[in-house]
Design a protein around this ligand. Structure first.
Ligand code: GAL
Length: 442
């Protein structure tokens, strides 16, 4: 018997060695939940949060696995901290029973509560934030019964600015080339610079240490927009880490972020989740195809899936997308941590960085689906044909020849497509996606 671990198992162990492993599996799989920001921005209160929690139950989202109900920016008294305790004070008008009151109601429904702060002196909307108060704030959050902290990157004093600038194509000032480089950034880091020594990494590390010192497991969601090359250190700091600037409910923005995040798939595994920002499913003028494609991409990339639309007015077809059992089962695989990878770019040559046309053909193994998830996208502006050729798909290669058949299920309609030989073609509307569960050979 060989004593060598298979390469995939070895890589997975290595990534865990570097990861923030928490009790009870918290952060092992990408989070599922809801957040106030994309739905309501600063216009939040107790009743909106409880409505979201109750609707998450009524709509079957809780049963589908969504468990975190997260309060974003603007929850505290804006004028400052308690002068005696130095604690942040929940806004008494928005939250008459405090955050602890909301937490006990949320817990009573079998859900978990998230909160928000920033690694600066003020949040992005100008509320008190946690730089220098990490311990006090972590203690308050733990005492209130908070289960999740999103930690933003606003209000950073000049003395905490990083020495160098890292290129994040969508949100670094300066001209950028289509291949994702930022040629005009001032002060790029010298080759070999270790971003885990940056001031940003220290700011985020301070809150990690504070959270680890309190007597409650609080999932730690970093939101530094990828600016200090988070992929090099954030996995050891938090449970998920934002990779880009903010999402908006526009197809062009969603495609731009998806393209950028698609190049980080080697960083996804158990305990390690790059975060391309919260979902916009149900928001703006996104077509049904765009809502589907957005969700399928985020699920396939094993990104946190945090819903951002008002749940008391969400349309049924959007709920159905968010509850898609095949995609959620792929996303929450307890045995396989890696995401789907692009196996072919399609519209572009492989490995092309294109904010308008991300990779179109994706596949990934699943222990729960009993086969391979295969996605085909049409990122063009008109209907196009797309074909999944079995022999091109890494998970099927070896067994797949032109005559090999596989049992295929359409993940959107749940329809059994029978034994499909060689390849599967479909005409896709602009910005739509085909999602296939490719099972046993036949
Ligand atoms: C941004 C963050 C958003 C939202 C907002 C609140 O920096 O990326 O997701 O939290 O701040 O002001």
């Amino acid at each position: 018997m060989s004593h060598y671990l298979p390469l995939a198992a070895l890589l997975s162990l290595l990534s865990q060695a570097n990861a923030l492993v928490r009790p009870d599996g918290v952060g092992r799989l990408p989070a599922l939940g809801w957040n106030t920001w994309n739905a309501f921005a600063c216009d939040i209160d107790d009743s909106k949060i409880m409505t979201a929690a109750e609707e998450a139950i009524n709509l079957g989202l809780k049963d589908a696995g969504y468990q975190y109900i997260n309060i974003d920016d603007c929850w505290s008294v804006q004028s400052g901290r308690d002068p005696n305790t130095q604690r942040m004070i929940p806004d008494p008008v928005k939250f008459p029973n405090g955050i602890s009151g909301v937490a006990s109601e949320i817990h009573g429904l079998g859900l978990k509560l998230g909160i928000y702060s920033s690694a600066g002196t003020v949040t992005c909307a100008g509320y008190p934030a946690s730089l220098g108060y990490e311990k006090i704030d972590a203690e308050s959050f733990a005492e209130w019964g908070v289960d999740y902290l999103k930690y933003d990157n606003c209000g950073v004093p000049a003395s905490w600015n990083d020495q160098y600038t890292h290129c994040v194509p969508d949100n670094t000032n300066g001209a950028r080339l289509p291949n994702g480089t930022c040629p005009d950034i001032t002060n790029p880091a010298p080759p070999g610079y270790d971003w885990s020594t940056s001031r940003t990494a220290h700011r985020y590390g301070a809150m990690r240490d504070a959270l680890l010192s309190v007597n409650r497991t609080i999932l730690y969601s970093l939101c530094e927009w990828g600016q200090a090359d988070a992929k090099e250190w954030a996995n050891a700091t938090g449970n998920s880490w934002r990779t880009t600037g903010d999402i908006t409910p526009d197809w062009s923005r969603i495609a731009e972020i998806a393209n950028e995040n698609s190049f980080l798939m080697n960083y996804v595994d158990f305990w390690s989740h790059p975060d391309p920002d919260m979902l916009e499913v149900g928001n703006g003028d996104l077509t049904i195809e765009e809502n589907r494609a957005h969700f399928a991409l985020w699920a396939a990339m094993k990104s946190p899936l945090i819903i951002g639309t008002p749940l008391d007015s969400i349309r049924e077809e959007h709920v159905a997308i968010l509850k898609n059992k095949h995609l959620l089962s792929f996303h929450q695989d307890p045995v396989i941590g890696r995401p789907a990878y692009p196996y072919k770019w399609g519209y572009n040559p492989d490995w092309t960085f294109d904010p308008v046309h991300p990779a179109e053909y994706w596949s990934g193994p699943s222990s729960t689906l009993g086969g391979t998830l295969v996605l085909m996208f049409n990122f063009e502006e008109s209907a196009k044909n797309r074909t999944a050729v079995w022999s091109e798909i890494p998970e099927l290669r070896g067994s797949a020849g032109n005559h090999t058949g596989y049992h295929v299920t359409d993940a959107w309609t749940d329809k059994d497509l029978g034994c499909v030989k060689g390849e599967y073609s479909k005409t896709l509307q602009s910005h739509d996606v085909a999602a296939l569960v490719v099972g046993k050979s036949c």
